[in-house]
Design a protein around this ligand. Structure first.
Ligand code: ZN
Length: 63
């Protein structure tokens, strides 16, 4: 995904903004994580595709 894409992405659960962590980057972001700053869910970016599915999201916090 492109960095600009982040601006239009929101957490599908709470519509919160997402914090990007890049693991692998070429022309675009290939691999990374998107962490919701509101509810703490963590979504993966795999092969350049953000996996914004609640059922695939991990949780950063338990509370
Ligand atoms: Zn959220």
């Amino acid at each position: 995904m492109k960095l600009e894409t982040l601006e239009i992405l929101r957490c599908p659960v709470c519509k919160g903004e997402l914090n990007l962590e890049i693991i692998e980057k070429r022309d675009e972001i290939i691999k990374g994580t998107l962490t919701c700053i509101k509810c703490g869910r963590v979504y993966g970016i795999e092969d350049g595709i953000p996996m914004l599915l609640p059922e695939l999201a991990g949780m950063k916090k338990n509370d």
